[in-house]
Design a binder for this molecule. Sequence first.
Ligand code: NAD
Length: 352
Amino acid sequence: MAVKVAVNGFGTIGKRVAEAVLKQDDMELVGVTKTRPDYLAMLASKLGLLYVPQDRLEKFKKAGIEVQGTLEELLEKADVVVDATPGGVGKEYKPLYEKAGVKAIFQGGEKHDVAGFSFSTLCNYEEAEGKQFARVVSCNTTGLLRLICTLRKHFKVRSVRATIVRRGADPHETKRGPIDAIVPNPVTLPSHHGVDVKTVLPDLDIQTTAVVVPTTLMHTHILNVRLGEAVAREDVLRALEEAPRILVIPSELSGVKDTAKIIELARDVGRKRHDLYELAVYEESVAVEGDELFLMQAVHQESIVTPENLDAVRALFGLASREESLRKTDESLGLVRTFSEILELGARAFGK
Ligand code: NAD
């Protein structure tokens, strides 16, 4: 039996999650919601999937966009709603989800307390089963947790220090900045990212600082991890290369040495909207001095949480084990684990 999934908020995250749900054989997309009549609303309407809050019906009628019904009616059809409304708006909908008796998955723009449980596939998949609410942590936190939980599988992680270089806006956001500044985010310690990681790994010694820069493509993390003992660089690289959802990029060999080139790679291998679901680690940045590990990684903020949202659906319902969900999600979305696999995608995208 397929789990019926609704998506509230059909924007950057919502449209990706909705499309990904359509690719799952154990999920059914029952509808999406929009609040404003724009081209995405027209697209959802064309697909016969558009629902709107009761108080917006008139607006959509005036715009001549056909809707299937109201958000309340959509929730009646759903087993779970993925709330992808703008940060802070999701909590306003929680009473409605409770009233409808549906499970709900919130996004990283909401506070941990909204769900009381923050989710990361590689860190705490099993803890989600039976819960009504989960919150898929933000893009930066998802990237940090994928790395940290992969390291913890192989080594003792004593502490993590990270500087987050955040993109100023998503590509379509013309009203956000900065345009010509590097903005401490915040200027005082800590940034919220380490605090957010601790919602999943409360025992971790982590401290983060952040700046926002004028770019739209990706975030970058500069990490310093203290391990339990001295380790070999090759052992760290092997652990990262074997891990799901992490792509180690041989930058010198491939010329993929920055975020613009990572996105160009995603375009060239045929990833829709240049999505890179994988956390990208620059191979040459991985350095070990005694028990200290240094590395740099890049996060495609618009798409990295898509796989985790699918896993969260399965985890809440106990539909599949973590390994099974990883396999289903990653195969259906075409995630890769190695650089040669992404080149194979590229060859297929060229028609070979
Ligand atoms: P977005 O602005 O691109 O999309 C939000 C959607 O919700 C839009 O379709 C908008 O029309 C709709 N909406 C607006 N107000 C609404 C309301 N009151 N009720 C219902 N729908 C409403 O936002 P986004 O970037 O997709 O972010 C969604 C969530 O995902 C936020 O919590 C955000 O923090 C989180 N997130 C965003 C990113 C990112 O880089 N964009 C990455 C990870 C997590």
